[in-house]
Design a binder for this molecule. Structure first.
Ligand code: ADP
Length: 310
């Protein structure tokens, strides 16, 4: 097929980006943005566990074993691109709601949340943070393309792209655009050094509810159809950890474990289960990293392990 000029332009822009991870979910409200932003933070700060499987439930390990971050682990340069433009949440989740994207001679310069973490979001362009974004269809896709094409990406280890929920046509066209851009980059002569062993693919976030799992199945079929590699499935809101006694209660007992078996059915990695923890919701509302706000929460530990597997 003919090369989409947008894909070529995006490929050129994204040359300095090594790994590209698209975060997908079949439906809204499953925690896709929460997971994207917290993973971005964790990866950008390094110091996560050396052994991703230490203390894993399946391995029968002890959760207390891997609380200590590994200070030797490298911090990555991380970019979070929030293209969930009808409900941009990255600015708030990163505690950067007041920041704005700057236009420079070479394009849009991202907002640096820290030395090693930058973010791009339509939320950084709105007048007020509670303004609604009501663009639809072609205009919406146009804006997303513009974002991807105009951002001045710095050398970055990993770019997490927080995509809009669902498998609508517009969603599909953006995913295909990124896939094509990645293919062009992979063949670029300058990419040989930076892109050796680089990862590209989707991480799918779901909850254990039956409706959400049905959407994941759709999402997995979609990935297969368009040839988008699936890096793994993350189950969020899997049980509730009582802050008082630390006992985990399944909220959706009938379907708990459903995401893991879906991953098996489709032969894709299962990256882990994150429980519901009110401290996580609070930290996110305050725009703080959960690694600071509640470092010992089982939800934080679960996300650390997932960060380690990326
Ligand atoms: P999505 O991006 O999929 O629409 P969000 O990331 O906005 O979903 O999450 C929806 C809500 O659920 C937010 O209020 C968020 O703080 C909360 N939330 C997400 N994951 C967790 C969790 N593991 N524990 C507690 N609250 C969570």
């Amino acid at each position: 097929p003919a090369v989409d000029p947008d894909a070529a332009a995006i490929a050129e822009r994204m040359l300095p980006v090594r790994h590209r991870v698209l975060v997908l979910s079949g439906k809204g409200g499953v925690g896709k943005s929460t997971v994207s932003s917290q993973l971005a933070w964790m990866l950008s700060r390094g110091g996560f566990d050396a052994d991703p499987n230490a203390g894993d439930d399946a391995a029968g390990g002890d959760d207390d074993m891997d609380l200590d971050p590994d200070p030797e682990a490298d911090a990555w340069d991380v970019g979070l691109v929030d293209i969930d433009i009808t409900g941009p949440s990255a600015p708030r989740l990163l505690g950067a709601g007041a920041e704005r994207l700057q236009r420079t001679a070479s394009g849009l310069s991202p907002v640096f949340v820290s030395d090693t973490l930058f973010a791009v979001s339509v939320g950084f362009m709105l007048e007020r943070s509670d303004d609604a974004v009501i663009w639809r269809g072609p205009k919406k896709n146009g804006l997303i393309k513009q974002f991807l094409r105009d951002v001045d990406y710095q050398p970055t280890d990993v770019l997490l792209v927080d995509t809009p929920p669902g498998t609508s046509d517009e969603h599909i066209s953006i995913v295909q655009l990124l896939k094509q851009a990645n293919e062009i980059t992979a063949q670029h002569p300058e990419a040989a050094a930076t892109h050796a062993g680089s990862k590209f693919g989707a991480v799918i976030v779901t909850t254990p509810q039956e409706v959400a799992l049905a959407d994941v199945r759709r999402e997995l079929n979609f990935c297969r159809r368009v040839g988008l590699p699936v890096l793994g499935i993350i189950e969020n809101m899997a049980g509730f950890v009582c802050p008082g006694c630390s006992i985990n209660t399944d909220i959706f007992p009938a379907t708990t474990g459903g995401a893991r078996s879906l991953a098996q059915d489709f032969d894709v990695p299962f990256l882990g289960s994150i429980p519901i923890d009110p401290r996580v919701a609070k930290a996110c509302d305050e725009g703080r990293p959960i690694a600071d706000a509640c470092p010992t929460s089982p939800a934080t530990i679960a996300m650390r392990r997932i960060a380690n597997k990326l």
